[in-house]
Write a protein that binds this ligand. Structure first.
Ligand SMILES: Cc1cc2nc3c(=O)[nH]c(=O)nc-3n(C[C@H](O)[C@H](O)[C@H](O)COP(=O)(O)O)c2cc1C
Length: 312
């Protein structure tokens, strides 16, 4: 099949850019580290994967219930369980290279110093794209602390930029009343791209009545899935009003229509998260559907389609 959806994201101020086979990336935390999903997906139609969030040291994540199912989504409080950067470089990176899988290295830290060390390590290992998570709501300190204050976020982005020459993406949180100053802080600090949104804070409660007694369960964490799509679209539109760098949109993407809605809000590429748990082949299925739509309706390519959706 002729591929019309090759995607290049460019920071027009610096000409820093990255290209993917397709604009559809699997979102961090929902697709492992490298080829775990190889049997379920057509790698020829996968834009890239965003790795599970990597920290400096290995983390075991939160104890207790970590997942709560909702109609139209889920709540998670995984707490950044991951193998740590050293094990990633030693055990996971070689396979990504061998299989030629494009990826964003998603990183998270508890201090500015953590982020600098992770960025330097990515730079030394010639990792092409970094997605900096400053938006995880499920850890007791760090991460989100850096993502909700524009001054701190600006300082963090500047310092990461100094230590990393590849394509720098900062992933923003929706857990704010105004995302615009945060997006601006990233752009002015030297980010090449913004990705949004991470999960939205929420509480899942289940109350059952059995044998004259109420049984209750509650899980507090990050909400994801189609439930959060309206917030994601709103946030992306807000971000696009203030920055000129590209935006990778995510939050509840499931269908081709969702992709069109995200494009109209301002997204230049997409990540798919929660929907992977229902359909692990979705990222490549949607890429094929998008490609077929472009060919059938005689658009020149993905950029042409984006322009038409925004300007018709
Ligand atoms: C189980 C789970 C784990 C996640 N882990 C991470 C993570 O490690 N780093 C990160 O930046 N985002 C993480 N996320 C957030 C997703 O990457 C994505 O931003 C969010 O779920 C919204 O997209 P969706 O509605 O398509 O899932 C996680 C989400 C889920 C559901």
């Amino acid at each position: 099949m002729e591929l019309k959806i090759k995607t290049t994201l460019i920071n027009k101020k610096t000409n820093n850019s990255i290209s993917f086979k397709t604009p559809i990336i699997t979102a961090s935390g929902t697709y492992g580290y490298n080829n775990e999903f190889e049997d379920f997906i057509d790698l020829d139609f996968l834009g890239a994967i965003s790795t599970k969030g990597i920290t400096l040291e290995k983390r075991l994540g939160n104890e207790g219930e970590r997942i709560f199912e909702l109609k139209g989504g889920m709540i998670n409080r995984i707490g950044l369980e991951n193998v740590g950067i050293e094990a990633f470089i030693k055990d996971k990176l070689p396979l990504l290279k061998e299989k030629n899988i494009d990826f964003l290295l998603n990183i998270a830290g508890s201090s500015i110093d953590d982020y600098i060390k992770l960025a330097s390590c990515a730079d030394e290992n010639n990792i092409k794209a970094l997605e900096v998570n400053v938006s995880c709501p499920n850890v007791s300190h760090g991460c989100l602390e850096f993502g909700l204050n524009p001054d701190i976020l600006h300082e963090l982005t500047l310092k990461i930029r100094k230590n990393y020459g590849g394509f720098l993406i900062v992933k923003l949180s929706p857990n704010t009343s105004d995302i615009k100053p945060l997006a601006l802080a990233c752009e002015e600090g030297g980010a090449d791209c913004i990705s949004a949104i991470n999960t939205l804070r929420g509480l899942g409660i289940n109350v059952q009545y059995e044998n004259n007694k109420f049984y209750k369960k509650s899980v507090e964490g990050g909400v994801s899935g189609s439930l959060i799509k309206p917030s994601a679209l709103y946030m992306i539109k807000q971000i696009k009003q203030v920055v000129s760098i590209p935006v990778i949109g995510m939050g509840g993407i499931l269908t081709l229509d969702d992709l069109f809605e995200f494009i109209y809000a301002g997204a230049d590429a997409f990540e798919i998260g929660t929907a992977n748990f229902m359909k692990p082949s979705l990222a490549s299925d949607l890429a094929k559907e998008l490609n077929e739509f472009i060919i059938k309706n005689e658009f020149k390519n993905f950029d042409d389609l984006k322009e038409r959706i925004r300007n018709d």
